[in-house]
Design a protein around this ligand. Structure first.
Ligand code: ADP
Ligand code: MG
Length: 319
């Protein structure tokens, strides 16, 4: 199969809205840029054996490659519009490409995004996607806006993806009924696009949780020059039937959940909660921004908890 046939067959099926003047097929795509908004751009590469295990289902690879980029846009409060795809493959395998393209379009269609161009090369399997979206500049959600007294929230359950990764790497066993759910959390993250758009009106800072809750919250703290008080009992742990310690560890330090972590000024928190509740969107208040530079843990009686005393050793120097 030559490159032209391949692109035509697997990557020319986008449903474009009227923002696309010209999609796949020419030397570059042409799109309509909304002059009243900022253009948000991000890119992420997934390399086989590094970001996904060898022999991962191509449908899942593609879905996740799109989803992680849309998650970055969501964390900025941006509405996703277009993606480009740079695909490097060791060989042309029609079955693999068909499945890959189905996963890619499944995620694009779910979030009303169109594939407008890309590049196809031969080499070790790697998938790079660049995503583009719009957000009014003054409403964009940066990491740097958290203020002392703001509430800290996460948008959903944390840790399932990390537990899923442990299962597929044979480092953890779980009841059969739990395995599928955890592996799906790893392979099919759902970007919080809706949440990001709504948060434009409420959040003072936002980040998506790709490296783990503590690591990503620390990025907000560093950018905002503040500290955080986190109530460990409020962290929404994976509901998998596994022991508490494993679930807490995964929730705090496991990556790949792609939930949002954000801060809301105290005076806006009631309106924010009402808005999310009305839309049926989950939220969990897990703590508060305070003075300082790092994260202090408490329980629901406000007693300080020393994580290392609970047997946690791998949290890095910051704690
Ligand atoms: P050029 O040599 O001018 O870069 P290519 O032959 O690489 O052109 O690509 C031809 C067209 O197909 C371009 O519009 C490009 O954006 C698109 N394209 C190439 N590879 C992909 C891909 N993997 N996914 C989507 N579009 C692609
Ligand atoms: Mg090219």
């Amino acid at each position: 199969m030559d490159e032209f046939t391949l692109i035509n067959k697997y990557f020319s099926k986008s449903k474009h809205d009227n923002s696309v003047y010209l999609g796949v097929g020419d030397d570059a795509a042409l799109v309509k840029v909304d002059a009243s908004q900022a253009l948000a751009i991000c890119v992420d590469t997934l390399v086989e054996g590094v970001h996904f295990p060898i022999n991962t289902n191509p449908e899942d690879i593609a879905y996740k490659a799109v989803a992680v980029n849309l998650s970055d846009l969501a964390a900025m409060g941006a509405e996703p519009k277009w993606i480009t795809l740079a695909l490097t493959m060791p060989r042309v395998d029609a079955d693999w490409l068909k499945n890959f393209s189905e996963g890619l379009y499944a995620c694009c269609d779910a979030y009303h995004v169109s594939l407008i161009g890309g590049d196809t090369t031969r080499g070790p399997l790697s998938v790079t996607i660049q995503a583009h979206g719009f957000v009014p500049l003054e409403k964009s959600l940066k990491r740097s806006g958290a203020k002392v007294g703001d509430r800290i929230y996460v948008s959903g359950e944390l840790g399932s993806a990390a537990l899923g990764l442990q299962i597929i790497s044979n480092k953890l066993t779980a009841p059969e009924s739990e395995q599928k759910k955890l592996i799906t959390a790893l392979n099919r993250p759902e970007p919080c696009v809706k949440q990001g758009l709504l948060l434009r009106d409420f959040a003072s800072s936002c980040i998506d949780i790709s490296d783990g809750f503590l690591a990503d919250l620390q990025h907000i703290l560093d950018a905002s020059h503040v500290g955080a008080l986190i109530d460990l009992t409020k962290i929404p742990l994976s509901t998998a039937l596994l022991d508490m310690q494993q679930r807490l560890q995964a929730a705090l330090t496991g990556g790949d959940d792609y939930q949002l972590c954000f801060t809301i000024p105290a005076e806006k928190s009631a309106a924010f909660e009402q808005c999310f509740k009305a839309k049926g969107l989950a939220y969990f208040c897990v703590g508060e921004i305070c003075k300082g530079t790092n994260i202090v843990f408490v329980n629901d009686n406000h007693y300080k908890i020393n994580l290392s005393s609970l047997g946690y050793q791998h949290f890095g120097e910051k704690l």
